[in-house]
Design a protein around this ligand. Structure first.
Ligand code: NDP
Length: 554
């Protein structure tokens, strides 16, 4: 017996209830041991069923981790070039199926096909070639300068070893790009992977597994376990060596607590409330277009969306008028229809969050300049691109992550004020500064509390495989992408060699009065870091050597 449930949170709470009719639960089915339930995935724009995926039980997740561990040793024994060949073969499959994959992403998440192509496929195709070709160089063993210890014939180097099995838990907003990037990096570093995609986008997650399988990745090395939150929680408990989690702060905290109990590390890529500062000398047209794209791309459901825009008061009127004008030109439609700029939001629940933020702002004196509602649409979880002004930091819209197509505009007078406002947030994922004076842009960038600050750019650096991605404050812990991201997926091992082993160390037993005198000398001179100072210890060192030789003879 099968339980067919739409576990896609909140899609089934949608007021239009086109989905609710499809939910049915068979009586008594809870006794069934495996695959009791499946996720029915719906297109949030039309309500049409996209497909179904099983809900993996805790036992199935644990078995996937076991199989992954069994497959990992042989994979880790391959060279980087051999692993890279498999990744490049998978990349070729993605290219072959590009349009079908973009279409699937669009139908499962609601985003326009154009965004699925440009914001999900293009960055991952680039990331795949980058890590397939460069991981060997990025993880090359490193010699460490150990200062005066080198004068004693010692050397140290760091070698990077795979962690084992990496658990990846990913969200629905970039259902392809976020997990795929981490899968590629983890595999290239020599790990096996168990991936748990969001319950809203399980089919895209399964497609990632399929692409690698058809590219000849060894069996078991990459498992995709679909399910709801409980499946993610089971993955943390299942004996993986690290968790790469991307999602909300609330779930991230739960994952970190569970990982701490298991004493396994985790990377947390969490939410944002990203500020954009537009100075009076900015290229106004570019800034206005960037604000509109940065706030409304992916229907505002990007962790790095522009969620707060601070505009210098001298240009505020002109900038606002242009932003409103540009927003009016955007075409909102079902994502698979050609020409759609903005699709549906991925779930009705997320739309309700957006609506509640706008309501709260309006109740406190904000003004909607364009948009503000569902655009008269009866079906699908659409929210119009919305520009709001007369906002302040007492409003939820300016404090909590909205994660929807809303662009609040607020003015400032001075650089200090702009920086203070931008930093007045518990989040710190990305930020942007707009000015023609690059020196000023960089100066301000260094004072903004964010993992990435862009000068005259917004949103897109997750798409650069070479640069690290991650937040400060509540936006997360750890990094993904770039060398820093790769280092999260390996264990750094220190190898120390003594080439003068015949000269026994002076700090070994016995601790005679002469030894204590030498150790005092070490404390005063060696620890200065100066070879000259240390050389003054030579007579005492020689006395200690001869004392120890004498001891050995007796
Ligand atoms: P959630 O935190 O709801 O879910 C993220 C993932 O965690 C999903 O796969 C979810 O499964 C799973 N999960 C839920 N409960 C648990 C649990 N107890 N233990 C383990 N895993 C669990 O986030 P959303 O999917 O709603 O994504 C939106 C959020 O992600 C936003 O806050 C956004 O800012 C953030 N995000 C951050 C990014 C970054 O790089 N910093 C990038 C993209 C998004 P299920 O869906 O089945 O419940």
């Amino acid at each position: 017996m099968i339980i067919c449930r739409n576990l896609a949170k909140a899609r089934h709470d949608d007021a239009e209830n086109f989905m609710a009719t499809q939910i049915h639960e068979a009586a008594g089915a809870r006794e069934q041991a495996t695959h009791m339930a499946e996720i029915i995935s719906y297109d949030p724009a039309t309500g049409a069923e996209v497909g179904r995926a099983p809900v993996a039980t805790a036992g199935e997740v644990a078995r996937a981790v076991e199989r992954a561990r069994a497959a990992q040793a042989a994979w880790a024994a391959l060279s980087y070039a051999e692993r890279g060949h498999v990744v490049l073969r998978a990349r070729a499959r993605v290219l072959d199926e590009m349009d079908a994959i973009a279409n699937l992403i669009s139908r499962e998440s609601g985003k326009p096909v154009a965004e699925a192509l440009m914001m999900e496929l293009v960055p991952t195709l680039d990331l795949m070639q980058f890590f397939a070709r460069r991981t060997a160089r990025l993880l090359k063993a490193e010699q460490i300068n150990i200062g005066q210890y080198a004068l004693m014939g010692r050397s140290s180097r760091i070698v990077y070893k795979p962690l084992g099995v990496v658990g990846i838990i990913s969200p629905w907003n970039f259902p392809w790009a976020i997990p795929l990037g981490e899968v590629v990096m983890a595999l290239m570093a020599g790990n096996a992977v168990v991936l748990k995609p969001s319950e809203l986008t399980p089919l895209v997650g399964l497609k990632i597994g399929e692409v690698f399988q058809s590219a000849g990745l060894p069996d078991g090395l990459l498992a995709v376990v679909t399910g709801e939150g409980a499946t993610g929680a089971a993955l943390v408990e299942a004996g993986v060596d690290k968790i790469m989690f991307t999602g909300s702060v609330a779930t991230g905290r739960r994952v970190a607590e569970a990982a701490a109990r298991k004493l396994i590390p985790c990377v947390l890529e969490l939410g944002g409330k990203d500020p954009m500062i537009v100075f009076e000398d900015a290229n106004l047209e570019a800034a206005a277009q960037a604000a509109v794209w940065g706030a409304f791309a992916n229907a505002g459901q990007a962790c790095a969306s522009v969620e707060r825009c601070y505009v210098h008061e001298r240009i505020a009127e002109e900038f606002t008028a242009r932003v409103v004008e540009l927003t009016r030109t955007l075409k909102q439609d079902v994502g698979t229809r050609e020409g759609a700029d903005i699709g549906a939001m991925s779930s009705a629940r997320q739309r309700e969050v957006v609506e509640s933020h706008v309501r709260d702002a309006l109740g406190r004196g904000a003004r909607v300049l364009v948009g503000g509602g569902r655009g008269g649409r009866e079906k699908g979880s659409f929210h119009e691109p919305t520009v709001v002004d007369k906002v302040d930091h007492s409003m939820v819209l300016m404090r909590e992550e909205t994660f929807g197509p809303v662009l609040p505009l607020m003015t400032f007078r001075t650089e200090e004020e702009a920086i203070a406002r931008a930093n007045d947030s518990p989040y710190g994922l990305t930020a942007s500064v707009w000015t023609r004076d690059i020196r000023r842009g960089e100066r301000v960038a260094e004072r903004l509390e964010a993992g990435t600050v862009m000068v005259n750019e917004v949103l897109y650096t997750h798409g650069i495989a070479q640069t690290p991605w991650g937040g400060v404050k509540s936006s997360g812990i750890g990094r993904t992408h770039g060398r820093q991201g790769l280092l999260e997926l390996v264990s750094a091992r220190h190898i120390h060699v003594n080439r003068l082993a015949r000269l026994h160390d002076l700090w070994w037993f016995n601790y005679t009065p002469r030894a204590a005198e030498l150790f005092r000398g070490f404390a005063r001179r060696f620890t200065t870091g100066s070879p000259l100072q240390t050389s003054l210890l030579l007579p005492r060192m020689l006395r200690r050597f001869s004392e120890r030789r004498g001891k050995k003879r007796h």
